[in-house]
Design a protein around this ligand. Structure first.
Ligand code: FAD
Length: 314
C-alpha cells in the first residue's frame, strides 16, 4: 500500500459528463481536483454511442467519444488531474476521506464527489452491444428522433418501457411492446396511456430470442413465447431495451444512504449526501432524467457545493 502525497481538496470518482464537469468547475476554482475515471471505461456512457444530437452547443451533433474527450481536455486545461483507474475502497466518514485505487495507492481528500453513473441492463444476447447505435438503443429520448417511420420493438413491462413506447410513437410507424410476463408491471395510468395508443401493440409472455443483423444494422428480432417455446420473426429496424438501470454504487453500500433501487440519495436540490463533505451527481443519483446535460448540470452543482463546504470549514 502506498501513501498519498498530501490531502487533496477534491477527489472525483467517475469520468462521465457529471465527473468531468465537476472537475472543470473545481479546477477553475483553484481546488486542484483529482479525478478517477475507471480503468476500463474512461469517459462514461456516451463513449458507447455515436451521434449525440441533444447536447447544446453542437448544431450539427457531436460524436459521443469526441464530446467526452473535449470535456476531459477542458478540465485538464485548468489543471484537473486525471487517473484512469478505479477506486476500489472508500472510508468517507472522517473529516479527511480515504480512497484506495486498484494499484493499492491511498488517496486522501477533504471532499469527494461521487459521479459513478449507472448502467443500462442488457438482454445478454449476441449482437446486442455490437448493434448499439445501429438500431439497438436503451434511450428513446436520446435516439427516438433517428427512428422516424420505422417499426420498433420495445422490451420491458415497467413504467420506463411504457414511457419509452409512448414517446416513440411520435416518430415510429409502429411500436410493439414485448414483455415476458402475462401482466405489465407499469402503473395503471402508464398502461392505460399505452393501451389507448393506436400505434402500440403488445406481445406478452414473450421475450427476444435473437437479434438479427443485416448489413451492419439491426435486421429484425426473433420472438419466443415463454409458455410454448414457439418462435417467430418480428420485422423491425429499431429495438429499445427498457428493462432497467443499475446505479454503480456497490462501493458505497452501507456507507452512503441509498434508496431501494440503489441510487445515492441527496438532500435535493443540493448534491449533499448523508456524509459531510461527500456529494453525488449524475445518473448515480438520477432516476428521472438520465441525460448527459442533466448529469453535467448536477456535476457543476456538486462542484459548487464542495467549494462552499470547503470555504465554510473553520
Ligand atoms: P456515466 O457517463 O455513466 O459515467 C460514469 C463513469 O464513472 C463511468 O466511466 C464509470 O466507469 C466510472 N466509474 C464508476 N465507478 C467507478 C470507480 N469506482 N472508480 C472510477 N470510475 C468509476 N444522453 C444524452 O443526453 N444524449 C444522448 O444522445 C445519449 N445517448 C446515449 C447512448 C447510449 C448508448 C447510452 C448508454 C447513454 C446515452 N445517454 C445519452 C445517456 C448519458 O450517456 C448519461 O445520462 C450520462 O453519461 C450520465 O453521466 P454520468 O456522468 O452520471 O455517468
Amino acid at each position: 500500500m502506498t501513501e498519498p502525497r498530501d490531502v487533496r481538496e477534491v477527489v472525483i470518482i467517475g469520468s462521465g459528463p457529471a465527473g468531468y464537469t465537476a472537475a472543470l468547475y473545481t479546477a477553475r476554482a483553484q481546488l486542484e481536483p483529482l479525478l478517477f475515471g475507471s480503468s476500463v471505461f474512461v469517459g462514461g456512457s456516451l463513449t458507447t454511442t455515436t451521434e449525440v444530437e441533444n447536447f447544446p452547443g453542437f448544431p450539427d451533433g457531436v460524436d459521443g467519444p469526441a464530446l467526452m474527450e473535449n470535456m476531459r481536455a477542458q478540465a485538464e486545461r485548468f489543471g484537473a488531474e486525471m487517473i484512469d483507474d478505479d477506486i476500489v475502497s472508500v472510508d468517507l466518514t472522517g473529516d479527511v476521506k480515504v480512497l484506495t485505487d486498484s494499484a493499492g495507492t491511498v488517496h486522501r481528500a477533504r471532499t469527494v464527489i461521487v459521479a459513478t453513473g449507472s448502467g443500462y441492463r442488457k438482454l445478454g444476447l449476441p449482437k446486442e452491444e455490437e448493434l448499439s447505435g445501429r438500431g439497438v438503443s436503451w434511450c428513446a429520448t436520446c435516439d427516438g428522433f433517428f427512428f422516424r417511420d420505422r417499426d420498433i420493438v420495445v422490451v420491458g413491462g415497467g413504467d420506463t418501457a411504457m414511457e419509452e413506447a409512448t414517446f416513440l410513437t411520435r416518430f415510429a410507424r409502429s411500436v410493439t411492446v414485448v414483455h415476458r410476463r402475462s401482466t405489465l408491471r407499469a402503473s395503471k395510468v402508464m398502461q392505460d396511456r399505452a393501451f389507448a395508443d393506436d400505434k402500440i401493440s403488445f406481445v406478452l409472455d414473450s421475450e427476444i430470442a435473437e437479434i438479427k443483423e443485416t448489413d451492419g444494422v439491426l435486421g429484425g428480432v426473433v420472438l419466443r413465447d415463454v409458455l410454448t417455446g414457439a418462435t417467430r420473426d418480428l420485422d423491425v429496424t429499431g429495438l429499445f431495451i427498457a428493462i432497467g438501470q443499475d446505479p454503480r454504487t456497490e462501493l458505497f453500500t452501507g456507507r452512503l444512504h441509498l434508496d431501494a433501487e440503489g441510487y445515492v440519495t441527496v438532500a435535493s436540490p443540493s448534491t449533499r449526501t448523508n456524509l459531510p463533505g461527500v456529494f453525488a451527481a449524475g445518473d448515480v443519483v438520477d432516476h428521472t432524467y438520465r441525460q448527459a446535460i442533466t448529469a453535467a448540470g448536477t456535476g457543476a452543482a456538486a462542484a459548487l457545493d464542495a467549494e462552499r463546504y470547503l470555504a465554510a470549514r473553520p
